[in-house]
Write a new protein. Sequence first.
Length: 510
Amino acid sequence: MDRITKRFGRQTVLDGVSLELHAGEVHALLGCNGAGKSTLLKILGGVHTSDEGSIHLANRSITPRSPAHAARLGIAVIHQELSLVPALSVADNLLLGRPMSRLGFLLRGRERAEAEKRLAEVGLDIDPDKPVEQLSLAERQLVEIAKALGFGASVLVMDEPTSALTAPSVDRLFELVRSLCARGVAVVYVSHRMDEIARIAHRLTVLRDGRVAGRALVGEATVEDIVAWMLGPRAAAVSADPSGRAELTDVPAAARLEVENFSITSSHSQRLLVDAVSFSVSAGEIVGCFGLSGAGANDLVAALFGASSDRTKGIVRLDGQAVNIGSPRDAAALGIGFVPADRKTMGIVPLMTSAHNATLAVLSAISPLGWIRNKKDRDVSMQAAERTGLSPAVLERAVVELSGGNQQKVVLGKWLVSDPRLLLLDDPTRGVDVGAKAEIYARLRALAGGGAAVFVAGSDAEELVELCNRILVLRKGKIVATVRPGECNANRLLALAMSEHDGAVIEASA
């Protein structure tokens, strides 16, 4: 891939990115959220086309026009969310789109034989007639790879392939990747896990803000080098400025939120997402929960609001009283608010006005008999605008028409007017411009200064260092460190989340 550039409207998401893959090698691709990794891989996989640049495969120029076209060219992409159809058999999934038939009749015997052959290639000994929904997650992952290889892939892209796997399953996957490399397949491996990259990769490329920030052979870079490439020069400046936290230094001793031995198990994959974590958040305190993709931070904050279908176990106390939060309605009744990462599907009603969106959390108060009191509705929406710095002029516009920053202010304002005891936030400034970020930070500090507890989950190390009193670091569902921003900058925070061997040279894989 040579000098790939991609724009969405006026935003340039990739700016002259080049990526060189070698047959028989694993190339690790790293970068923070929004760095451009997904867009680059979607161009390689035929989901998007680049505005500038070129792709060459085996010395010939190609332009993948769709995922199916990319597969025919020999490029297979395995996403975090697997593409298998659960209700169909393993064989049907392996041959989906390319059934074996004669005169309109399926040749089941030949399909089964072909499926057995493909499963053997990935070392999987299972019945091809077994429904995919009865397989373990590790088995599904291997079936997905077998399906990709059935198209004769010479390039295999794996996006966070181990995020849902146990340690033995990871070992099995790595054995397969090594065997694929021995056959000349080039593998792109997207991961934040330094220990895995050290075991399996030969080269690495780091993206930041849509550009290549660094490249190295594995063995030539330390974790600190990689973190510096990922964050750039901004991190030191952010970490060195404690002014935003000055008003939060005297934290009351009383815990507003207490979480004890809290675990979350995925209802879909049965994987342990969060593993027996315990922590507290005091009234007047902003606590961050930092974790990279798949670490469990986002799952944790959603579960605490009752906005998750996953199974939970453990004790949650609010102001010393044990509570059972089974739904967002339960959480709101307890005085808990939630600003989700995906505001468009979970935070707003797009076609409603901003004013009506801003009053949703207090709807019962402004409509005691089922009828909305218009004056009260206007007053509350104006309060939401005042408390978030939102221009009153936009209140009568459909919220979907607003900028991302103003949409987020509407979501935040909705909860601020409810005077929450506890506000939970998940990546609260994702897709928000710098000016709106500063305003949101100020409102959260004011909320904490007024006695509320604030718990922020996120993958932006710089943001949490600037905003929080304390930061919990999650890795693989466990709290591996609790740090204070004055003792830890963004680089150190990212290193803690990425590797058990912080600071060491990343040794090359065999």
